[in-house]
Design a protein around this ligand. Structure first.
Ligand SMILES: [Cu+2]
Length: 326
């Protein structure tokens, strides 16, 4: 809450509004997904993102201080040295002490920013020994995630209004209702009808996917990233990682999630017409849940694997509700 508030205060002049909206939102809002009215960064779920947020906040304070200082100087010059108040201007051209100061002080400010910045950069490239290695492959327009140690590949497609409606009311009823509509009219009708289904599923529209990938809590994940066609970009904001997926090259990021839950990201480089249709959803679960999920996938029982993740999500939700009620 403090961090969100801080981000909001440093982020914009309408901080008061953000403060009010942050008071009314649930405790976990902003963790793993964007929230309406949010101005700061998404909440951290890894040590990388914690450091990244604190660097962002520190630099923000420095930027605001500099901007305010320059503004005050300008105002002072405008009022104190205009033609009316200062009809006979001074002919001074040099002031050694002042010139040394305005060279040294900015250097010190840059050094002060560079220290945490390099520390973070080092941390991002530290790559501790991995517990699991996943390869993310961008495709136009979906992601493949290969669990390299397990020989499992999962394809991730975005869930559309149509998909969740069909899952809810069945293919036949869907066709009865919307089969004779076309184009924009059809899209609008499906959008309106799906609104309640999204709420019921408690999933964010246009971020949810048909196949979440799971990773175990507090385990080091190395994620290799590449692409099959054009340049895409893999990111989960709450993990503090973002990496371009370039065809013919393999890049890597690492993270160690220290919070359970579902974490969303999107392809983050403009890649083509369905760029907005390739979200990423990573579910962080307890290691034993992860093992069960992986065993189900290896047994080619996708339904059971989905059930395992669903059960984990529900138990987490009821635990959070319990914690909030206390
Ligand atoms: Cu894209």
């Amino acid at each position: 809450m403090l961090r969100r508030l801080f981000g909001a205060v440093t982020g914009s002049a309408i901080a008061g509004f953000a403060f009010l909206s942050s008071l009314s939102s649930p405790a976990m809002a902003g963790l793993g997904q964007p929230t309406s009215g949010e101005l700061g960064l998404q909440l951290p779920a890894t040590s990388l993102m914690s450091e990244l947020s604190s660097l962002h906040n520190t630099v923000n304070v420095i930027i605001i201080a500099i901007a305010v200082f320059v503004l005050l100087l300008l105002l002072y010059v405008i009022f104190r040295f205009n033609e009316k108040s200062n009809p006979a201007p001074s002919r001074t051209t040099h002031n050694t002490a002042l010139e040394v100061a305005w060279t040294i002080v900015p250097i010190l400010i840059l050094v002060a920013i560079a220290i945490p910045s390099f520390k973070l950069l080092y941390e991002q490239n530290r790559f501790p020994k991995p517990d699991i290695t996943i390869k993310a492959v961008g495709n136009a327009w979906f992601w493949d995630h290969e669990y390299l140690d397990q020989g499992i590949t999962l394809s991730t497609n975005m869930l559309h209004d149509e998909d969740v409606l069909k899952a809810k009311i069945g293919e036949k009823e869907f066709n009865d209702k919307f089969g004779n509509l076309e184009g924009v009219a059809r899209r609008e009708a499906v959008y309106a009808a799906a609104a309640d289904v999204w709420k019921e599923r408690n999933e964010p529209r246009q971020l949810s996917v048909d196949q979440e990938i799971a990773i175990p809590l507090r385990k080091v994940v190395h994620l290799l990233i590449t692409s099959n066609d054009v340049i895409h970009s893999w990111t989960i904001p709450s993990f503090g990682v973002k990496q371009q997926a370039v065809p013919g090259r393999t890049a890597a990021v690492w993270f160690q999630a220290d919070k359970e839950g579902i974490f969303y990201g999107q392809c983050s480089v403009l890649c083509g017409k369905n760029h907005s249709g390739m979200p990423i959803a990573v579910r962080v679960v307890k290691p034993e849940v992860y093992d069960n999920w992986m065993a189900a996938l290896k047994a080619k029982d996708k339904a059971k694997a989905a059930e395992i993740l669903k059960a984990a999500a529900e138990s987490l939700r009821s635990n959070q509700a319990l914690a909030q009620a206390q």
